[in-house]
Design a protein around this ligand. Structure first.
Ligand code: GLU
Length: 505
């Protein structure tokens, strides 16, 4: 039998981490076993559902690359079938009409709380009613709800994650399946739809475990085959409490904005409640499909660890082909106004020298970045003149010894004027210079790094020089010297020195 699984979100909120994880597990299993993955939007709660949420859920799945084979179906389209199923249950004796007034219903609830056990008062009233009285009430158009007649005994299933699950039926309410306004409740609608869609395995969060015995009884009442069930563990925040807004972003879209790669998000979500059984952590989508199995879905709750997501993102960034990354970085640099968009005025004359090769830059930055946002922030100084100096870097590497820093910058400028502009040659020149200055290579390189990039952390110095080109590198060293001369002369003149050299006069 072909495996048929589904993801059935309610569009009452955005696609959150828990929902995305459930969708992913279903999708991975379907892809692994050549099954069918169905998407169903459970929009019967008219007040809380919205089109915007539906769109956000579809977009989130699309971003993650979770593609569906059937759907999206909308639960609200099945209302007639849900009603018909409720009447089938009535005909088969698995349900009864409940004509209770709101007062009676309130009294029943109050009594149940007081006595502390499941009383079936509505059922008693229904059974005490003669067929004629029922007919008469129906003829008068009196409203009624339909309740499931929970049989005696036990409801048992072999959960694919938790093993045997056993519920005593006396603990299950005669739940309302059709409200007096004719709308179905969740448990009826979900079973009716899963039957209609031929679902063979229901995989969902284990917060639904208590619904499962009720749903199994509805399948039995309808005379339909009961699917298999797999309840996947909850996701908790680092404090051990159920993941919620308190723990920061829980909507998948927030991670998209932050510059998390969908590849990393999928990898991260897969490890929330599933383990490959060895110590591998970084997986491509295809590797996940191959490795995934229900047998390795864990019973105990998973903990959402944001640091791990960032780390995984760094791993995926590093492994990603620069050609795939480039359009995403470019789009973000445009958004940030750092790169000009197509159709924007051509760059001012002389600006060719300020262009860097983006592909080379991305290649250098991707192993040093955790997120796209982080990569873009590191890329920025290569496009903007004058360089925005990071104050702590300036203090540490220049201001502690202003005259030493000036000496190093001046010497480097002299040395670099005529040097062949190629990484190995530049390295040889600068190492020889450090030797001559007797200052230690680290000291010289950090002084230069701050001048070239504004900060003391960057890709390798010689790569940076090559990337910036001779003219622009020398201009930046000159600007750094001007800054330090002004520093020596006092804070007022330092401000003036921050005007780029070619605009200064
Ligand atoms: N709409 C339900 C939810 O979002 C689906 C539950 C199920 O998968 O059966 O929780």
């Amino acid at each position: 039998m072909t495996l048929r699984v589904r993801f059935a979100p309610s569009p009452t909120g955005y696609l959150h981490v828990g929902g995305a994880r459930t969708a992913l597990f279903n999708w991975l299993l379907a892809r692994k076993e050549g099954g069918v993955f169905i998407l169903r939007i459970e929009d019967t709660d008219r007040e809380r559902s919205s089109e915007a949420h539906t769109q956000a859920i579809l977009h989130g799945l699309d971003w993650l690359g979770i593609t569906w084979d059937e759907g999206p179906y909308f639960q609200s389209e099945g209302l007639e079938r849900h009603r018909a199923d409720a009447f089938t249950l009535l005909e088969r004796g698995w349900a009864y009409r409940d004509f209770s007034t709101p007062e009676q219903a309130a009294q029943d609830r109050e009594e149940q709380v007081r006595v502390g056990s499941r009383l079936r008062r509505a059922r008693e009233r229904a059974e005490a009613m003669s067929a004629d009285e029922v007919e008469a009430r129906l003829a008068r158009g009196e409203p009624f709800a339909v309740r499931l007649r929970v049989p005696e005994g036990e409801t048992v299933w072999e959960d694919r994650v938790h093993g045997e699950m056993r519920f005593r039926n006396e603990e299950i309410d005669d739940l309302v399946i059709l409200r007096s306004d004719g709308t179905p409740t969740y448990n009826l609608a979900v079973v009716s739809d899963d039957v209609a869609h031929g679902v063979t395995l229901v995989m969902r969060g284990d917060d639904h475990i208590s619904n499962t015995p009720k749903q199994i009884l509805i399948y039995r009442g309808l005379g339909k085959p009961v699917p298999e069930f797999a309840h996947v563990p909850m996701i908790l925040g680092p404090d051990g409490k159920r993941l919620s807004k308190r723990h920061g972003a829980t909507a998948v879209g927030d991670y998209e904005k932050e510059g998390i790669l969908p590849e990393a998000m999928v990898n991260f979500l897969a490890l929330l409640g599933w383990s490959p059984g060895d110590d591998r952590e970084v997986f491509t989508r295809q590797e996940l499909i191959e490795a995934f199995s229900l047998e390795r879905v864990l019973k105990k709750s998973a903990v959402f660890d944001l640091e791990k997501l960032r780390w995984l993102n760094g791993q995926h960034l590093m492994r990603m082909a620069t050609a795939d990354l480039l359009p995403r970085v470019e789009a973000r640099l445009r958004e940030a106004g750092v790169l000009l968009g197509p159709g924007a005025p051509s760059p001012p004359a002389g600006d060719a020298a300020t262009r860097v090769d983006l592909a080379t830059l991305v290649e250098l930055l991707k192993p040093r970045s955790r997120t796209l946002e982080d990569l873009v922030a590191q890329a920025r100084p290569y496009f903007t003149d004058p360089v925005d100096y990071d104050r702590p870097s300036v203090e540490k590497h220049w201001l502690k010894d202003v005259s030493g820093a000036r000496r190093r910058l001046e010497a480097a400028m002299g040395r670099l004027q005529g040097a062949p502009w190629e990484a190995a040659a530049l390295e040889a020149e600068l190492r020889a210079l450090a030797e001559e200055l007797g200052s230690g290579a680290g000291k010289l390189f950090q002084t230069l790094r701050v001048a070239l990039t504004g900060r003391d952390a960057s890709p390798g110095l010689f790569d940076v020089l090559v990337l910036l080109g001779r003219e622009r590198s020398l201009r930046r060293l000159e600007a750094a010297l001007a800054y330090l001369r002004a520093e020596a002369a006092g804070p007022e003149s330092r401000k003036a020195s921050l005007t780029p050299p070619d605009e200064a006069d």
